[in-house]
Design a binder for this molecule. Structure first.
Ligand code: FE2
Length: 349
C-alpha cells in the first residue's frame, strides 16, 4: 500500500496475473487490489496460471488482457505466474506464432509489468526471462528480452510466511543454483559477481537453518538472496544445472529448484576436476569448507533422489546438450559429461 503510487506510473487498467489459490491465501492479492483501488486504477484478474505454464496458457492470458483493455500487467506468485505475466505482456501487444515468440524481437513494446514474488527463489521479478514449457521440444524454452524486465518489483517476505517447508527448500535451492551458475558463467562480470557473492553469503547462512520453524528474518534473507541471485542470472545467465534440470521437470515432474539442486554437486565436481579457479571463492562465500560439505548440505536438503533409467538419462542428456545455457558453462561440456553428471546425481533404476 505504501508504494501504491509506483503502480499508477505503469498505466490505468491492470490485468492481475496469478495462480488459482496462493495469492489469495497469503494476502498478496488483497494488498494489490487495495493498492489499485487507492490509486483509482481499474483491473481485471486472470487467475488461471498453472504450475510450469505453457505457451497456450500465455495465449489465454493475453486474450484476457486484450478483452480487459489492460495497459499494464501485475504478476503475483512464484515463478510460474511471474513468467506467465511476462509472456502475456508480450502477446497482448504482438501477434506471434510460437517460433517468433522465442526469437525475442517484438514489433510492439510489451505491456509494462509489475511483479510481486510470493516465493523466494525464482528471481523472476528482476529478470528479463519468461520460461515456458514447450511441449513440442519436450523441455522448457525461454523468452529473453530486456523489454520484459519488470518495471517494479515489490519484495515483501510476509507473503512467503506460510509456504510449506518443502516449497521453501526447493525455491531456496533454485536461488542457490542461480547464484552458483551465474557466478561460474562465462558471462559473469565483476558486477554480477558482487551480487552473486552477496546472495551466496545470505544463502550459506540460511540454508542450514531450513528445518522446522522459519521466522520472518530468515524469510526476508531468503527473499533478498533470491532477488540478488535473479539479478545475477539477468546479467550472467544460467548454465548446466538449469539445462539439465528442465528434463527432470518435464519428464519426471520434479520441482524446478529441486531439479537444479539434484545435479549441482556433480556439476561442481566436474568443474573441480578441471581446476575451475572460481570454485574456492564460491565455497568461501557460502562459508562452506570444501565441496564435500556442500554435497552433504544439498543431500540433507534434498533427501532421497528420484529413480531414472540409463535410457532416460541418455535422452535427457541429448536434449540438455542442445540448451543454449550449456554454452555459458566455464568448461566445454559434451553430451557424455551430462550423462555422467545425471548418473552421479540420480538413483539409477
Ligand atoms: Fe531457476
Amino acid at each position: 500500500m505504501e508504494h501504491s503510487a509506483l503502480l499508477a506510473r505503469l498505466g490505468t487498467k491492470a490485468l492481475v496475473v496469478t495462480g488459482a489459490h496462493s495469492a489469495r491465501a497469503n494476502g498478496s492479492l488483497a494488498d494489490v487490489e487495495a493498492a489499485l483501488r487507492k490509486e483509482g486504477i481499474a483491473y481485471a484478474i486472470y487467475d488461471k496460471v498453472p504450475p510450469n505454464p505453457g505457451i497456450a496458457d500465455a495465449r489465454e492470458g493475453a486474450a484476457a488482457a486484450i478483452e480487459a483493455h489492460a495497459d499494464f500487467v501485475i504478476g503475483i506468485g512464484g515463478g510460474s505466474p511471474l513468467d506467465a505475466a511476462k509472456a502475456i505482456a508480450v502477446l497482448a501487444r504482438n501477434q506471434l506464432d510460437d517460433e517468433r515468440l522465442f526469437q525475442n524481437a517484438f514489433p510492439n513494446a510489451p505491456l509494462p509489468i509489475a511483479a510481486v514474488p510470493t516465493t523466494a527463489g525464482t528471481g523472476s521479478e528482476v529478470t528479463q526471462y519468461s520460461i515456458l514449457t514447450n511441449a513440442r521440444l519436450e523441455t522448457k524454452t525461454s523468452i529473453a528480452s530486456e523489454s520484459i524486465f519488470p518495471k517494479v518489483a515489490f519484495l515483501d517476505a510476509a507473503y512467503t510466511a506460510s509456504l510449506p517447508l518443502r516449497v521453501t527448500v526447493n525455491t531456496a535451492v533454485d536461488a542457490l543454483s542461480h547464484a552458483v551458475e551465474g557466478f561460474l558463467s562465462v558471462k559473469a562480470t565483476a558486477f554480477s559477481d558482487g551480487m552473486a557473492i552477496s546472495a551466496l553469503n545470505l544463502l550459506g547462512a540460511a540454508l542450514p537453518k531450513l528445518s522446522g520453524d522459519i521466522g520472518p528474518e530468515l524469510r526476508q534473507s531468503l527473499l533478498d538472496a533470491s532477488s540478488l541471485a535473479g539479478m545475477v542470472i539477468a546479467q550472467a545467465g544460467t548454465t548446466a544445472g538449469h539445462a539439465m534440470g528442465y528434463s527432470l521437470t518435464f519428464f519426471k515432474d520434479i520441482d524446478h529448484g529441486r531439479a537444479n539442486g539434484l545435479t549441482m554437486a556433480a556439476y561442481l565436481e566436474f568443474l573441480a576436476d578441471q581446476n575451475e579457479p572460481k570454485l574456492s571463492r564460491l565455497l568461501a562465500a557460502l562459508g562452506i569448507p570444501h565441496l564435500g560439505a556442500l554435497k552433504e548440505l544439498l543431500d540433507s536438503l534434498l533427501g532421497e533422489r528420484e529413480g531414472v533409467s540409463l535410457a532416460e538419462i541418455k535422452k535427457y542428456a541429448s536434449i540438455s546438450i542442445k540448451a543454449k545455457n550449456i554454452g555459458n558453462a566455464p568448461k566445454k561440456m559434451a553430451e557424455g559429461d551430462l550423462v555422467a553428471i545425471y548418473r552421479a546425481s540420480m538413483k539409477i533404476v
